[in-house]
Design a protein. Structure first.
Length: 217
């Protein structure tokens, strides 16, 4: 079954709804370097994480780069997973993995062309999973763009890697089934595709996305 991560959670009630609807992982953006409206403070993240039920993966999604900043942040938050969504290089990712062996490490790779396949392979040797996302240079966004990328390249990355690949980038309740059919990822990740006009989660979209992904996978 395809795993589902709901990212960009800023309120406890949104995170709990995602869990109720069947999400496997809940993501929190902490440690900002690029444009995004979804970052929250360390204290806010801890306040939500402490109230989530057991068996839910909690994910620190961060733009921070160096291990010296990322490691203490992850320890403070008490997360089970770190998603490196900045410019952390393979050597730095390996350092984080070695110092936090009890925490799973994802690395976001932006699918911009065939070069992304090579980049994903480089990280696959030092992390537990690769997450494929879409970048927007114009708006300085390294995630949460609401834009899809070339799923053909994503599918090639899935074929070539022997670690889990998580598909993100412009997914929503209407296209997630087709994305899963084409790419066959280990999991899917969504943020903007489940938002309401106020920037928080739209519960109808949230429920529809998770149920559709689970049924298709």
């Amino acid at each position: 079954m395809v795993r589902v991560k709901i990212c960009g959670n800023r309120r406890l009630e949104d995170a709990l709804k995602a869990v109720e609807y069947g999400a496997d992982a809940i993501g929190f953006l902490v440690g900002q370097r690029h444009s995004s409206p979804d970052f929250i403070s360390e204290a806010a993240a801890v306040g939500i994480i402490e109230q989530l039920p057991p068996f839910i993966s909690t994910v620190l999604v961060t733009h921070l780069v160096v291990p010296e900043e990322i490691i203490p942040l992850a320890q403070k938050l008490g997360v089970s997973t770190i998603q490196l969504h900045g410019e952390t290089n393979p050597r730095q990712a390996e350092t984080i993995k070695n110092q936090l062996p009890y925490i799973k490490i994802y690395k976001a790779v932006h699918v911009t062309g065939e070069e992304s396949v090579k980049l994903a392979r480089q990280y696959s040797r030092v992390v537990d999973a690769v997450l494929l996302d879409t970048i927007s240079v114009a708006t300085d966004q390294v995630g949460g763009t609401g834009r899809v990328h070339d799923w053909g390249i994503s599918k090639e990355i899935v074929k070539q890697l022997d670690i889990p690949v998580i598909l993100a980038g412009g997914l929503n309740p209407d296209n997630v089934a087709e994305a899963i059919r084409q790419v066959e990822p280990f999991g899917v990740d969504v943020n903007s595709g489940t938002k309401a006009a106020d920037g928080y989660k739209d519960y109808d979209k949230l429920r529809s996305f998770i149920r559709t992904a689970k049924l298709e996978g």
